[in-house]
Design a protein around this ligand. Sequence first.
Ligand SMILES: *Cc1c(COP(=O)(O)O)cnc(C)c1O
Length: 411
Amino acid sequence: MFWEKYSRQKIRDIVFESIDRNLNYRVSPPIGLPASYLDPKVFYSDAPFLSEAPFMSTMLANPNHIGCHTMGDSEPVFKGTQALEQELIALCATEIFGAASDAVDGYVASGGTEANIQAFWVMRNYFVEAHEARHEEIAMVYSSDAHYSMPKGVNLLNIKSIVASVDDETRLIVLDDLKTDLIKAKAVGVKHFILVMNMSTTMFGSVDDMAGAVDLFQSLDLNFKIHVDGAYGGFIYPFSAEDPLYSFQNQHVFSFSLDAHKMLLSPYGTGVVLIRKGYISYAMTKEANYVKGKDYTLIGSRSGANAVAIWMIMRAYGSDGWKAKIANLLERTDWLCEQLTKRGISFYRHPKMNIVTLRPDKVDPLLAEKYFLVPDDHDDPMWWKIVVMDHVTEGILDQFLLDLDKTLTNE
Ligand SMILES: *Cc1c(COP(=O)(O)O)cnc(C)c1O
C-alpha cells in the first residue's frame, strides 16, 4: 500500500489545472447543456480567498461527473476533474484493496447506501442475464448487524433475503444457523447468492468472518459473489489490519463500497463503489442516449467537486500519513477500553477498529444523552456506542470517564 503525500501547494495547483482542463462556462459558454457555474448572485466568483481554495473553486465551477469514468467514453467537457476521480478510484482499488492496475471500475456515489445498491444492482443483473436467473432464484445474505441499506436494496431489486443471526458477545454470524437457512433456501429453488460481508458494522465495528462464510458456501456448493460493505470501515480496517481476505486478492470478492464522508471527513455525497472489471456494464442504461458514453451508475448527475474533495484528502495525507492517523485513533481507543475494563463496564470492541459499544446496565441514560452516545435502538437501547474520531480527544474521554465514575458511585 502506498500513495504519495502532496504538499498544499501541489494539491492546489493540480486541482486548478484540472478545473482549467474542463470546459469553462464563462469563457466558452455551451448553449446545449442544462448546466452552468453556480448562481452568481448567491455564489459570487470574485471572492479573493477563492484562489487559495481549490475545493470551493471546484464547487463554483460546478462540473457534472454524470456517468462512469473508469471505462468507455465520458463527457469531454469535464475531463480535467474526471481525471482526479479516475486517480482516486485507482488508488482505492490498487493501494487500499490490492487490485491489479486497471482491474476495477467505480465511481463516487452519493454515499454508502448508493454504493451498496449499485453493487447489488450489477450482481442481480449479472445473475439474471448471464445465468438466466429469475428474481426469486437470487437471495442477498447479510448479518442482522448489517446496515439498513441491505433490506433497502433487497426491496428495490425485488430479490430474496436471508438475515443471518449473530452471537451476542462476538457479533459474529452464527454459521450453524446460517447453514440451516441456506439449505432451506436451496430447497425452495434459490440458486444465486449475493453475500454481504461487513468490513465493520456501523454499530459495533465488527468484521464478518470471511473465511468461515466462504467455507460454508463452498461446502454447500452454492453459487455466490461477495460484496464488502466498507462504508464505515473502508478507510480504517485496511490501514490497521493486513487482511488479504478483505481485498481484491480474494477471488470471491466482487465489489467494495466505502464512504469518504465518514472517517475521511469529506463533505456528504462522497461514497465510493468499486466493482471488478467486466461487470459494471450489467447496469448500463442503454436509453441514456444524451450522455456521452451512456450511464452505468444509479445516480445520474453528480458533483465533480465531491470527487475532488476525496482526492484532496487522500493526497494531503498520503498512505503513510493516513496509516499513522488511524494508528493514533486506535491507541486512544485501546486506552478507553482499558479504562472501561478497570471500571467493570462490559463492552464490545474489534481490536482493529475505533468503535466501542457499551452494554447499557451501568450506563446512566442521562450520561449517554450528555455525550450523545448512539443507541442500537432508540426505543429500547441494548447498547450504546462511542466512536473515537479526531474530535474525541483524550480530554473529552477523561471528562466522560469522570462523569461515569460519578454515576457509578451514586449507585
Ligand atoms: C454509513 C453506512 C452505510 C450507509 O452509508 P450512507 O453514506 O449513510 O448512505 C452503509 N453501511 C455501513 C456499514 C455504514 O456504516
